[in-house]
Design a protein around this ligand. Structure first.
Ligand code: AMP
Length: 406
């Protein structure tokens, strides 16, 4: 059955308690007197739901976590700067409460007129938040007649503000952001436009193994790039020098290769790599030979594979150009260092230029797409790292499972 969404709600005059993900990066101002937001993407991502509630006359109470204060009131993790930034973005004052529970908060909520917004202080100033303490969840829930969860980035966590509150409020719906994430990371992938191509990269096989396994059945092709490819190459018997590798995952890598064969899924590892003698912009770097059946093409002893090579880029780009749906999670190399960023940039461009439905998993691939100015050319970019992976693995996210049915 479908879950209730924000559009199904009658909100006028009601106190709507909405969990958002305002976990934005902050730094000290130059004179050290205040904290400033360095990237407000997450605030922007919550605007459609916030503006919808304002327009429809809700009394809006927002709550979020920020960083990991671990149950202590630490000024560096205060959401106060977020209230100010949100006020600028919606062009209206945003009230701020010094805590997320307690009498003063109750009073501030009571004072809200229809269409006004109050942001509560960091829910993780209380240890009960991550412990999903029921009494704490009840205190949070007391601020709302209706609950909306629009915090996709924490939807995979069963915390008091994401799941616990739903035990104490009857009407619990998802916001627009969560709805969009589900549309692209779940619904769109039930019947993907074919060929369906999965591109996985990043440092570790272990982070993405479950996604790869879950999608092997459904995908027509899988591309593996980044550091995780070396675990596969070592498992195949090639030299990988000092490249990153998870030795305890070699059997698993072989099993995945075997499964792909059985399922008739095209499984592409980089045809060659860029290897370097050090990890940095000053390193010497060179392309390896193409991997061949005769053991040719491994990474040299004492060198490290840090990007994919030109033949790999060409082969991957060809695969991308013919895809109907692409899901991409994880860079092809150490793209933070220019010298090792060519592969990731080329793959980002190929995905951007393809006619496929392009879905970018959260985290570093989103950072890369933004870095190369290609965001506009992607169908969808997820705001969640862990949450988007868990959704792709086919797992139920507690923050979504707990919402009311329509
Ligand atoms: P992940 O968070 O698993 O998506 O991994 C992203 C990180 O993987 C980025 O910081 C990359 O620098 C890193 N990475 C990608 N390729 C390699 C590689 N060949 N060796 C080491 N780190 C890599």
């Amino acid at each position: 059955m479908a879950k209730l969404t924000i559009q199904d709600l009658e909100v006028e005059g009601n106190r709507v308690l909405m969990r958002v993900d305002f976990n934005v990066p902050l730094k000290d101002s130059d004179d050290g007197s205040q904290r400033v937001i360095t990237d407000d993407t997450r605030i922007q991502a919550a605007l459609p739901s916030i503006e919808h509630l304002i327009k429809n006359g809700a009394r809006v109470v927002l709550m979020s976590h920020l960083g990991r204060p671990k149950g202590e009131r630490k000024a560096e993790f205060s959401l106060k700067p977020v209230a100010e930034r949100l006020g600028e973005l919606i062009d209206a004052p945003v009230a701020f409460a010094d805590d997320c529970i307690g009498e003063e908060v109750t009073t501030a909520v009571e004072q809200l007129a229809n269409g006004q917004v109050l942001l509560l202080e960091n829910v993780r100033y209380h240890n009960e938040e991550t412990a999903n303490d029921s009494a704490f969840a009840a205190k949070l829930a007391a601020h709302g007649d209706i609950f909306v969860n629009d915090a996709f980035g924490t939807a995979h966590r069963a915390h008091a503000s994401t799941a616990g509150v739903t035990d104490h409020i009857d009407t619990c719906a998802m916001g627009f952001l969560v709805e969009r994430e589900l549309k692209y990371l779940q619904e769109e992938l039930r019947e993907p436009k074919r060929p369906f191509l999965v591109i996985m990269g990043g440092a570790k096989v272990s982070d993405k193994i479950e996604v790869i396994t879950a999608l092997l059945d459904k995908a027509d092709s899988v591309i593996i790039g980044g550091g995780m490819a070396y675990t596969f190459r070592k498992a195949q018997g090639y030299g990988i020098g000092n490249s990153i590798c998870e030795d305890d995952k070699l059997d698993l890598a072989l099993d995945i290769l075997k499964q792909a064969k059985e399922k008739n899924t095209r499984f592409l590892l980089p045809a060659n790599n860029l290897e370097a003698d050090a990890f940095g912009e000053d390193a010497n770097a060179r392309y390896t030979e193409v991997y061949g059946p005769d053991g040719k093409g491994g990474i040299s002893d004492d060198w490290e594979g840090l990007d994919i090579g030109p033949e790999a880029i060409e082969e991957f780009s060809r695969e991308i150009a013919t895809a109907g749906t692409i899901i991409w999670n994880g860079p092809m190399g150490v793209f933070e260092i220019d010298k090792f960023s060519k592969g990731t940039k080329a793959i980002a461009e190929a995905v951007a230029n393809s006619d496929a439905v392009s879905i970018i998993g959260g985290g570093d691939s989103v950072t890369a797409v933004n870095k190369y100015g290609l965001a506009d050319q992607m169908t969808f970019m997820s705001t969640g790292g862990g949450a988007s992976l868990e959704l792709l693995e086919g797992k139920t996210l507690p923050g979504i499972a707990a919402l009311s049915e329509k």
